[in-house]
Ligand binder design. Structure first.
Ligand code: PLP
Length: 355
């Protein structure tokens, strides 16, 4: 039987520990779980079940389909929110599943009302400066006057991952200003990054995503956050490279001295981005080692000079407990979110511990 040459392992104990760490920071605020994009690529159903076991009772997912699946999995006690809100024709399904749309525009409020949704309270997203989703503060005022039932008033930080950014202070003030419009609604502003800006940002509910999954709240490793996801791949071949020869497509890496290189069975089709050239590294046998030359679709080359342990069949780490996902992401010019959600379908999936 042939096994995959790469594997992606999710540690549910570490996920539960991160949930507890965020809960400790959030004070009395509820800690919801952000499950969009299949729980940032980690696998929505086992992540949801583990977060439920850790005490989470509110969950956000992008679309109505994912919300229906969550309702099915978690039963009637969970509060399931749909970030895409109520698009034309969605109201019936949302009501049927008993899930809560995050209403993002006056148009969505109309779709919700037209489908009879406003018999039930919904979440209302107020834009406080990001200009992505959400009604403007003056529109929120109109909706408040119209008597729209709202159980959760939320907004989202544009710069939550940047400590001391003036935008956070401005958005906090704007959010505080709209809050009295819906005195009966709970309030939620902070993502992972926001939780670490202090108690002022916590309100009644916080909405971490990446920090649950092992990314630092501010785009760099944080001592409170444990590694949850590990990407590893197998050494397919080890070869000696004479001085002056090149490695891989476009011959972009040329050896100045004799080297030993390992060819690893993972590539950009598995989510190891081509932008790892020229700064990417892997971890193997106690040390970080440089990726060499272009990343191929199925393989990449690594400098194994002086490493006697490098042999076909052994696995190297692309990110995980020895090579932090934020560090790996920044070497590829991106963020942990993109690395986690890019892991390809042919990578073997492992969930620990098995329950
Ligand atoms: C994705 C998302 C979050 C979670 O953000 P992280 O930075 O991953 O913690 C919170 N709120 C909203 C509205 C989101 O879209």
């Amino acid at each position: 039987m042939s096994q995959a040459t790469s594997r992606f392992t999710v540690d549910l104990d570490a996920l539960a520990a991160n949930y507890a760490a965020l809960k400790a920071r959030a004070g009395s605020a509820e800690v919801a779980g952000m499950l969009k994009a299949n729980a940032y690529g980690l696998g929505g159903s086992h992540v949801a079940a583990a977060l439920w076991a850790a005490g989470a009772r509110s969950f956000f997912t992008a679309g109505v389909g994912g919300a229906e699946a969550l309702r099915q999995l978690l039963g009637p006690q969970a509060d399931v929110y749909v970030l895409d809100g109520c698009r034309a024709g969605d109201a019936g399904r949302l009501l049927q599943a008993g899930v809560i749309p995050v209403l993002n525009s006056l148009e969505q409020v109309e779709h919700w009302r037209a489908g009879g949704g406003d018999r039930r309270p919904a979440a209302l997203h107020v834009d406080t400066g990001m200009n992505r989703l959400g009604v403007r503060p003056e529109e929120a005022e109109t909706l408040a006057r119209s008597g729209l039932p709202v159980s959760l008033l939320m907004s989202h930080l544009a710069c939550g991952d940047v400590e001391g950014h003036s935008m956070n202070v401005l958005q906090l003030a704007a959010f505080r200003a709209v809050r009295p419009l819906f005195p009966d609604a709970r309030a939620s502003l902070a993502n992972s990054g926001g939780i670490f800006h202090g108690a002022d940002y916590a309100f009644d509910m916080v909405r971490p995503g990446v920090a649950l999954y092992g990314g630092g709240p501010w785009g760099a490793p944080h001592p409170d956050i444990r590694t949850v996801a590990t990407l590893e791949a197998e050494i397919l071949q080890v070869r000696d490279l004479p001085a002056g020869e090149s490695v891989g497509y476009a011959a972009s890496y040329r050896a100045e001295k004799a080297m030993r290189i390992g060819t690893i069975g993972v590539g950009y089709a598995d989510g190891v981005l081509r932008s790892n050239q020229p700064n990417g590294k892997i971890w193997f046998a106690g040390a970080e080692r440089a990726m060499l030359g272009r990343i191929s679709m199925d393989t990449l080359a690594v400098d194994m000079t002086g490493c006697d342990e490098a042999r076909p069949g052994r696995f190297v780490e692309l990110f995980g407990p020895n090579l932090n996902v934020d560090v790996a992401a920044s070497r590829a010019g991106t963020i942990a979110y993109e690395l986690l959600t890019s892991v390809g379908t042919r990578v073997e999936r492992v969930v620990r511990p098995t329950r």
